[in-house]
Design a protein around this ligand. Structure first.
Ligand SMILES: [Zn+2]
Length: 108
């Protein structure tokens, strides 16, 4: 059965949630498959999800910046960015299939 941890080149299930979480998106070099040595990345679903999350985080940070008046504002802003990052890593770990990178300098 094809899972989201399956390599798009050789079909081996060579990724796990932790490895996939830090594999990176379409524009990164990704991580190398243990079976065939090819680079795999998180695909379009991951890219769209992270774009949405970071835009939402940015809006939230600006809201805190302009509307907030507590001494914790900077901590909240930092927390929002960290939360966005963690959310994207969780998405990459458990959702969205692996794809071949679109950068052609890794195809060696
Ligand atoms: Zn492979």
């Amino acid at each position: 059965m094809k899972s989201i941890y399956t390599c798009p080149y050789c079909g081996a299930k060579s990724f796990n949630p932790l490895k996939k979480a830090f594999t990176g998106g379409l524009h990164t070099k990704g991580k190398v498959c243990m079976e065939c040595g090819q680079h795999c990345v998180n695909g379009k679903a991951s890219m769209i999800f992270s774009a949405v999350v970071y835009v939402a985080a940015l809006v939230l940070v600006m809201l805190i910046y302009f509307k907030g008046n507590s001494t914790w504002d900077y901590a909240y802003m930092a927390g929002t960015i960290v939360a966005a990052y963690v959310l994207c890593r969780i998405f990459d770990a458990f959702f969205g299939p692996l794809e071949k990178p679109i950068r052609n300098d890794v195809l060696s």
